[in-house]
Ligand binder design. Structure first.
Ligand code: GLY
Length: 307
């Protein structure tokens, strides 16, 4: 995680864009079998890999050519141009987040799925791999262990479930020197997911959101994150509070509404960063010019309600 974040930080320090920084960071995490994204993705109930990813960018229009097409949303009060791209249930692309960016920049659409998304990848010059090439030994082992668990008694299964879910979705958020803001998220989904299930990491506003006010990326139980539009709600709330307070409130409200496990990372346009989760664990790497590169292992929060 530190290696991936260092790469993103280097891009920002050398004047690169927030969008390039989050894509490079997530691509690096997608290559590592420890994370539930790209190579290392959890397998679905049938033992196959199906990945989701998304990216969203908010560019100040003074520096960027305004794009007012169907998929652009002009944020009048903040003068940002906002665009997004996402992919769902893909099995043959090494870096799903790179394909999400291609959907954003090279198609008239925002979300593409399955075989059509993979065909689009090929037309963009993104190499397709065999689905088996995206399955790590660790993911296969975890899938087998889960199959065994399902054969256990209900009591044993419940005891295991109370120990917390396995997630490992990866997310990155960044702001660059020109004020460009970006968020990206990538995942293999949740353990035991059904064939064809799409999670929050493919849904703009749920697992990923960027705006003139800031950016957010989420991890955890996708169904709860979609129900609560977690990232969009959190970013829009930045008008009223600090990223840290908003992250806690967003997770608190998600707990109140669904009782599920999730985490969120948020930044605002001043570069302030916040994060909160209620899962078994969540780790964050952060970089800012004053504090440098840091790694944090965050304790979970309880429910915190918005005042
Ligand atoms: N948050 C990842 C998923 O539910 O797919």
């Amino acid at each position: 995680m530190l290696t991936a974040t260092r790469l993103g930080a280097k891009i920002l320090q050398s004047g690169g864009s927030a969008l390039d920084a989050v894509i490079a960071t997530i691509s690096t995490l997608e290559d590592h079998p420890l994370f539930n994204a790209g190579y290392g993705s959890l397998l679905n109930s049938e033992g196959n890999v199906e990945m989701d990813a998304s990216v969203m960018s908010a560019e100040p229009v003074s520096d960027a050519m305004p794009k007012r097409g169907r998929k652009s949303q002009q944020v009048a009060e903040d003068d940002y141009n906002v665009t997004a791209g996402a992919v769902a249930v893909i099995s043959r692309v090494q870096h799903p987040v790179v394909l999400a960016r291609a959907v954003m920049e090279r198609s008239p659409h925002i979300l593409m799925a399955g075989v059509g998304a993979e065909r689009f990848a090929r037309s963009c010059g993104i190499q397709l791999v065999k689905p088996a090439a995206m399955i790590s030994a660790r993911a296969r082992e975890r899938w087998r262990a889960r199959q065994q668990q399902q054969a256990e008694s209900a009591a044993e299964a419940a005891a295991r479930a109370s120990m917390g879910m396995e997630h490992g979705t990866v997310g990155a958020i960044a702001i660059d020197a020109r004020g460009g803001i970006a968020a990206a998220t990538s995942t293999g989904g949740v353990p035991g997911k059904l064939f064809g299930r799409v999670g929050d990491s493919a849904i703009i506003g749920a697992g990923t959101f960027a705006h003139g006010l800031g950016a957010a990326s989420a991890t955890g139980q996708g169904e709860a994150i979609i129900l609560t539009s977690l990232c969009r709600e959190a970013v829009l709330a930045l008008a009223e509070g600090s990223p840290d307070a908003i992250a806690r409130e967003a997770i608190g409200e998600m707990i109140d509404a669904t009782g599920a496990e999730a985490g969120v990372i948020i930044l605002d346009r001043r570069g302030r960063i916040g994060y909160a989760h209620n899962a078994a664990s969540m780790q964050v790497a952060r970089f800012d010019p004053a504090g440098g590169l840091r790694h944090l292992w965050l304790p979970p929060i309880g429910a915190v309600r918005r005042q």
